[in-house]
Design a protein around this ligand. Sequence first.
Ligand SMILES: Nc1nc2c(c(=O)[nH]1)N[C@H]1C(S)=C(S)[C@@H](COP(=O)(O)OP(=O)(O)OC[C@H]3O[C@@H](n4cnc5c(=O)[nH]c(N)nc54)[C@H](O)[C@@H]3O)O[C@H]1N2
Ligand SMILES: Nc1nc2c(c(=O)[nH]1)N[C@H]1C(S)=C(S)[C@@H](COP(=O)(O)OP(=O)(O)OC[C@H]3O[C@@H](n4cnc5c(=O)[nH]c(N)nc54)[C@H](O)[C@@H]3O)O[C@H]1N2
Ligand code: SF4
Ligand SMILES: [Mo]
Length: 805
Amino acid sequence: MDSKRRGFLKSAAMAAASSMVLGDAEFSLPVLGAADPPTDGDELTWNKAPCRFCGTGCHVQVGVHDGRVVAVAGDKAAEVNKGLLCVKGYHVGGILYGDDRLTKPLLRKDGRLVEIEWDEALDIVAQRIMAAPEKFAFYGSGQWTIPEGYAAQKFMKGGLSNNHIDPNARLCMASAVTGFLATYGVDEPAGCYDDLDACDVLITWGNNPAEMHPILFSRVTDRRSRGENVRIIDISTRRTRTTDAANDYLEMAPHGDVAISLGIMNQLIASDSYDKDFVAKHCAFRAPESDTPTLQGEAISEDEFRKRIAAYTPERVEELSGVPADQIRMLGKLFGDRDLRITSLWCMGMNQHTMGTAINSLVHGVHLLSGHFGRPGDAPTSLTGQPSACGTVREVGTLAHALPGGRVVANPDHRAQCEGFWNVPAGRISPTPGYHTVKMFDQFTKSADEGGDIDTVFVQVTNPGQTLPNLNKLFNDKEKLKDKFLIVSEVYPTATTQLADLILPAALWVEKNGIFGNSERRTQQWFKMVDPPGEARDDTWMTIAIAHRLLELGHEGMKDKDGEFIFAVKDEQGEEVPIWEFEHYYDVNVDKHLFEEYRQFTTMKHKNLAPYDEYVKARGLRWPVVQQDDGSWRETRFRFAGFDDPFVAEGEEFDFYHSSSGDGRAQVWFHDYQPPPEVPDDDYPMWLCTGRVLEHWHTGTMTRRLPQLNRAMPTGYVEMNLQDALAQNIRQGETVVIESRRGTTQLPVWIDGRGRPPRGTVFVPFFDETKLINNCTLDEHDPFSKQPDYKKCAVRVRKLSEASS
Ligand SMILES: Nc1nc2c(c(=O)[nH]1)N[C@H]1C(S)=C(S)[C@@H](COP(=O)(O)OP(=O)(O)OC[C@H]3O[C@@H](n4cnc5c(=O)[nH]c(N)nc54)[C@H](O)[C@@H]3O)O[C@H]1N2
Ligand SMILES: Nc1nc2c(c(=O)[nH]1)N[C@H]1C(S)=C(S)[C@@H](COP(=O)(O)OP(=O)(O)OC[C@H]3O[C@@H](n4cnc5c(=O)[nH]c(N)nc54)[C@H](O)[C@@H]3O)O[C@H]1N2
Ligand code: SF4
Ligand SMILES: [Mo]
């Protein structure tokens, strides 16, 4: 491996030890550079799996000995990471072995959690649902495997006729989805990671890939270390490790991204340097309707677009964003240069935004208008955070309004198609979208008298008690409402299990079969390698077992048109395998069965997937995957581009074949700048931004149980600017109180630490469950995506000694 690249990873991976030994096993492997494909020895069996953590989707090789995961190595055969891993990846095996894994179902009786048998647990869930199926909601995850999400989706929409299913990805990817739909009429990026190998300029729009997608980011820094010239421009509200690697740092005010993108388009038009040919052939212009704006918007002429964009001069953009006018001109010039290849990356800064749909559309628009689209290295690329936010949520459609294969519940034809695939009676799927996440928990934590019409929530693979915004409004009230019932499938005790009425112990990662879909449309499969501890079981199994219990109780929805169980799996003799009994769950490969059923949906929006067995052989394949004349399966790197996309007709340069204007064109949107929903004032004078750090995964439930990572980043903190700290006489490490209109929390101060916020702003990561920053955050959300804004609200910071009680 290139020694400089290794150096980068080393420094990025503050916590990496020189070898990794899991638990009390005796094996140790080199951590950095562990890239040679391991071979099975007498003692170790190796198998591939995607990393459990981020949407980058690196592959690891997992070494198993005596029924335990004892070693993890980077997978050299994987295109995404070529043998490299970040510090979380190298330690991923250890997440299975925290001391306090949940191993038995637990029921709350008189305030105490007592162990019960699975049989009783399933009965309780089934009885709760039978009593009021329409008051039941399923809260899932972008960390669900594809079969887990598909089973939950079918159970709810195809079984219970209930659309109250939504995932944590609502808090994460929803605005990216609406941005894609508004622009291309179909979700998910056109480009892929290969763009990072080909771009001349990389722009990060308020994301911090050096910490959040470290291996992906190292693809670019690696090119530099080989002497290639890649210019990195970091547009952000605070300095981060990504800024450290950037050539230019443009510091913007919160929401400044909207003004900046408008400013770039203004410059492209004003200097007449936009790509007239590309626009004339492949684009149309669009804006929100003036009365009731919809995601569809209305067509506007190019002249109208020019007129509106004229208002966003560099000087006006400077006022709105804080970025100097000459820097806006610099960006305009850059995009005006067709000889360069420009890739944009973004993530939560643009999605957790009350103008999330708008800013996603605008950045796509910058690329379309300038023609920086569809050549390797020229791409507007929205990154996903979770390992299967794309695969499970966006593709399987586990959202309250969606169905698999890009279908939506509100469309009668789509419902009929899905009912057909599921072989369920016509009319089974309800036409009314269910509650999105914020609404679901609002309804759950309101009493029935106040109209709270959700009384039971089943949570799988997510930790809403720590990650929902405005916890005092959306979660904590559950404690007072005795008739509400919270079921949580988990691997460890969490902030959510603290209020759970029933806890179901879950199998984790390679303790079960799985399939994830990463940020670049890559579908990745793995097999179960070790048994889960105690009575922990697969999430898919839980869903199927609950469905079967309902069938036994006589719920008609659990049968298809022919009277068969909706999850029936037959063996070769045509006998139904009792997969609802855990002893028989692995008699067949349920994942494969569900995947093959789901695969039928994927051709409807040109997101074709290959058969399961193709993924067994590969380190993931990027959809659309189509079969060639010789029978082999071919993946697609660049969508909509004639040279690579199998669905663009021979000889065509581009075709946006799901165009919302129905003419093969992508939409270039105009949106006016709007200010954030809450801004600092005399009472709450500081901006609060929240987010993440390299070492921890979200709520820290897994990474805080890894001593190496926990030692490297042991506590939550608030980043402060030195001048702000001096002005308030706050010292390094001192505990302060952060207060917003919604709640408070206490945190130690880190002045000009790893991230350096400008004056008047603070940043808090949300991994520490003892210091819940979501007591303070805002549940205000984008009107189309319903995704809340965790990136900006107004707070005050006070010394502990001065804070009034
Ligand atoms: N180590 C680690 N990696 C992870 C995760 C993890 O928990 N730990 N989680 C994964 C997941 S699910 C996700 S979603 C990603 C998140 O990945 P990122 O989005 O890269 O990270 P965050 O820390 O959430 O975002 C913080 C940044 O938001 C920016 N921001 C604030 N306000 C604005 C604004 O108005 N506009 C714009 N454009 N930017 C703004 C700030 O510049 C700030 O640095 O990370 C993934 N990767
Ligand atoms: N303040 C603030 N809040 C945020 C964000 C932010 O930027 N700022 N970002 C939002 C975003 S983008 C995201 S993606 C969410 C993430 O929010 P969450 O999904 O709530 O956070 P995680 O810690 O990933 O929760 C996953 C849980 O599943 C458990 N688990 C792991 N594997 C399994 C399994 O196989 N089965 C089961 N049943 N459980 C399992 C883990 O122990 C963990 O508790 O947070 C959101 N909240
Ligand atoms: S970059 Fe993401 S997928 Fe890759 S090893 Fe790190 S956490 Fe895992
Ligand atoms: Mo996320």
